[in-house]
Design a binder for this molecule. Structure first.
Ligand code: SF4
Length: 398
């Protein structure tokens, strides 16, 4: 829509550069998928990308460079709690008429949320997790906690995220994330490709840049490149919640890697837990619109027996987002995805339980207290809005 175009123009490189010129205190939060894309482009490691980008962005006047994988752990903890509560509620209620029925559908992908709100409307929204995405959660941590804790003036802070996806710009601009006197959790979003444009604009030889120490406050990566948190091509929601639910609901600890069963294609996979001959947990990961529509069909015909579905609009998930760096001449999209996945998984090789992440623990002690607390609900959850359509449009869509 034209309103969306205006938002996208506002959410641009020019806006970011103008915030720096105006002397705002600019903070940048980098996504791990963007780091992987830049790493593959320059044939260096994601850790080198992080340190070199810190050097580059600080040379422009940026005050701090953080990492959205630490806020991903915050939202994973909250999503685990939400799932367990909804599972218990559905088991004690008449599942279909429960206020928050199963399956829980993940909510971190704005491409999927936009489709759910605009095309699917009110029938699907009660299934969608109310937990914010990692982008908005790091925005909340910076604007609702860090600024207060450090005595920073909110009006002076300009928070930028670097994301694999244009839809993240629309997400950042949602009214739900505006607070106070027209302040926003994320002031602008740059895609991975726009960071490349910025490097070109400034005539920087990226590989030649020095590597700066990382800003520790909201960064999951240690100086050696070890990462707290969870592996997984788009965020590991299904994996983390599955392990947590097995333990919290059935007292069953899952050791080692999970065994996914591939269904129609590698973007539609299933995870099940069987105890005493009975399937007690059934999750799916579903990437790309074709697979997504399959889940929607099952929901409409009440044949969806999953309890949780991790949904991402892009085939292969965020690594393949529209804002990522494009294949080089002679490279196929498939080859690029394979390199991205290898680089990304390598970056997250030393992953651990998000509940053990020291940054998440600290934010919990100082700010959120415990999963599902009043503060967690206020700052880490959101809501969705069905776009009202004409009866004809609804009938045609059905
Ligand atoms: Fe964006 Fe695609 Fe990731 Fe969704 S799956 S958040 S549309 S990059």
């Amino acid at each position: 829509t034209s309103a969306e175009t205006v938002m996208l123009e506002k959410q641009s490189l020019d806006e970011f550069l103008s915030a720096l010129t105006k002397g705002k205190d600019v903070i940048v939060s980098l996504s791990p998928q963007s780091r992987a894309s830049i790493a593959v482009h320059y044939d260096i490691s994601p850790l080198q990308v992080f340190k070199k980008l810190t050097t580059f962005l600080k040379s422009l006047g940026v005050k701090a460079v953080f990492d959205t994988s630490c806020s991903r752990d915050l939202v994973l903890i909250e999503a685990c709690n939400e799932f367990v509560n909804r599972f218990k509620q559905a088991s004690s209620d008449d599942g279909e008429n429960a206020q928050s029925p199963l399956p829980v559908l993940s909510s971190a992908c704005p491409g999927w949320i936009c489709y759910a709100e605009k095309t699917l409307g009110s029938f699907v929204l009660p299934y969608v997790s109310s937990v914010k995405s990692p982008q908005q959660a790091i925005g909340a941590a910076i604007k609702h906690h860090l600024c207060q804790a450090l005595g920073l003036r909110l009006e002076e802070i300009y928070h930028v995220t670097v994301m694999p996806c244009y839809d993240k710009k629309l997400e950042a601009a949602r009214d739900d994330f505006v607070f106070g006197d027209n302040l926003t959790e994320v002031d602008s979003v740059l895609t991975t490709g726009e960071i490349l444009d910025l490097l070109k604009l400034k005539g920087v030889d990226f590989k030649d840049l020095e590597e700066s120490p990382l800003d520790r406050l909201l960064t999951n990566v240690t100086e050696e490149g070890h990462l707290y948190g969870v592996a997984g091509s788009s965020g590991g929601y299904a994996e983390t919640i599955f392990r947590h639910a097995a333990k919290a609901l059935f007292g069953h600890t899952i050791e080692g890697p999970l065994e996914f069963k591939t269904l129609r294609n590698s973007d539609f996979r299933e995870l099940t837990l069987e105890l005493e001959g009975k399937t007690v947990l059934k999750f799916a990961t579903c990437y790309g619109f074709q697979n997504l529509q399959n889940i929607v069909r099952k929901l409409k015909t009440r044949k969806c027996d999953y309890q949780y579905v991790e949904i991402m609009a892009c085939p292969a998930g965020c690594l393949n987002g529209g804002g990522q760096i494009k294949p080089k001449t002679g490279e196929t999209p498939k080859e690029l995805i394979n390199s991205l996945e290898a680089t990304y998984m390598n970056d997250t090789a030393l992953s651990t339980d998000p509940f053990q992440n020291p940054i998440a623990k600290r934010l919990s002690d100082e700010w959120l207290h415990e999963p599902g607390s009043h503060e967690a609900k206020k700052y880490l959850h959101t809501q969705y809005h069905a776009v009202v359509k004409s009866v004809t449009a609804q009938l045609n869509n059905w």
